[in-house]
Design a binder for this molecule. Structure first.
Ligand code: KG4
Ligand code: ZN
Length: 337
């Protein structure tokens, strides 16, 4: 079976073709980063318009390159995300479904992220603990099996990717800030600034990053007042990254112990962070699985593979699903309607 996957929940237009026999056979990604960079963050209306421009030519290109006329099913991100952007992907998926007489499969964006390691030869077996860290989410999820998810903890305020982006902005780095901040951090001393490790000693598995963000802001203001921000920018970046990673690793190891996890999956954009990868691998006794870097950030391949695993959910393209908010807990294993 051939599944076309469409991702349009935020600022990347992703398209991929997954063959249940052969694996991933084609993909294309169009990033909107340049369009939003001038505004310092994603502008929803601009995102929707650009998805409209990019999506159809990307689909045509992927199908042509693979020599495929029409896939057997179309999976699309149905949420959570920017509703206008989601409507573009959902609308086109349903339109093509009607034209081609093919079913559609609505996919939860975060389920796409947590299934991204399934694209690798060395895929994790269920059950596993998933740390999902992106620009909009920070979640610790117990994954019993496909579609059986228990959210153990989430952020009480900012997502960790958002904290990276906002800190990067304070330091005068370009959007999106996460990769730029991580690069600057390699030149700094991560013990130079005293920053809090929020929630590390609290009960439960929730996260909070707004206190860390405020602490960084105070350091930046102080450096600005003393006119030496340039001299300490790398130190602040390194200290922030260390505090954020310590917090993520601490909470994740605690949850892993509580659930007696043998495997941890780290996914989502912040999963591309090298320090996070190194620290978790060094401190966890079991195995840590990561998708390759290009599948950490938003992409069509993770939606196509999720669709292939959820073929039983395929339905007539009668209604477009687009949900700005959608809890991962509410998902169920694949089932025919
Ligand atoms: O999963 P993703 O591509 O989009 C969302 O669904 O949000 O994640 C994007 C987030 C951004 O906040 C970006 O700054 C962050 O992932 N990010 C990183 C790194 N690469 C991307 N954060 C820290 N270190 C990185 N290397
Ligand atoms: Zn994402």
């Amino acid at each position: 079976m051939l599944v076309l996957g469409l991702e349009t929940s935020c600022d990347e237009t992703g398209v991929a073709l997954f063959d249940t026999e052969r694996g991933l056979i084609g993909q294309a990604l169009h990033s909107q980063v340049d369009l939003h960079a001038v505004y310092g963050g994603v502008v929803p209306e601009i995102a929707s318009r650009d998805h409209i421009r990019a999506l159809l030519p990307l689909i045509q290109g992927v199908l042509d390159e693979a020599g495929i006329e029409r896939p057997d099913a179309i999976a699309y991100t149905a949420g959570p995300g920017l509703v206008g952007a989601l409507m573009v992907g959902g609308g086109l998926a349903c339109g093509l479904g009607l034209a081609w007489n093919r079913p559609v499969i609505p996919i939860h964006h975060m389920e796409g992220h947590l299934l991204a390691p399934m694209l690798e030869d060395d895929a994790p077996a269920f059950p596993f603990l998933a740390l999902l860290v992106s620009g909009g989410h920070t979640l610790l999820v117990w994954v019993q099996e496909l579609g059986d998810y228990r959210v153990l903890g989430s952020t009480l305020d900012d997502a960790v990717g958002e904290a990276f982006d906002k800190t990067a902005k304070l330091l005068g780095l370009p959007y999106p800030g996460g990769p730029a901040l991580a690069a600057l951090a390699t030149q700094g001393n991560d013990e130079a600034c005293k920053l809090p490790r929020p929630m590390l000693h609290r009960d439960g598995f929730d996260f909070s990053f707004s206190g860390l963000k405020t602490a960084v802001m105070l350091q930046v203001r102080e450096a600005e007042a003393q006119r030496n921000l340039d001299a300490v920018r790398a130190d602040i970046a390194a200290s922030f990254q260390r505090a954020a990673v310590d917090t993520l690793v601490g909470r994740t190891l605690k949850a892993a112990k509580y659930e007696r996890a043998e495997r941890i999956v780290v996914a989502g954009g912040v999963g591309a962070n090298t320090l996070l990868r190194e620290e978790l691998a060094a401190q966890f006794e079991g195995r840590v699985f990561y998708p390759r870097l290009e599948y950490c950030t938003d992409n069509g391949a993770m939606i196509a593979v999720a669709g292939a695993l959820r073929l039983a959910d395929a339905r007539k393209p009668a209604t477009i699903q687009a949900m700005a908010r959608w809890s991962l807990d509410s998902l169920t294993p694949p089932q025919s309607e």
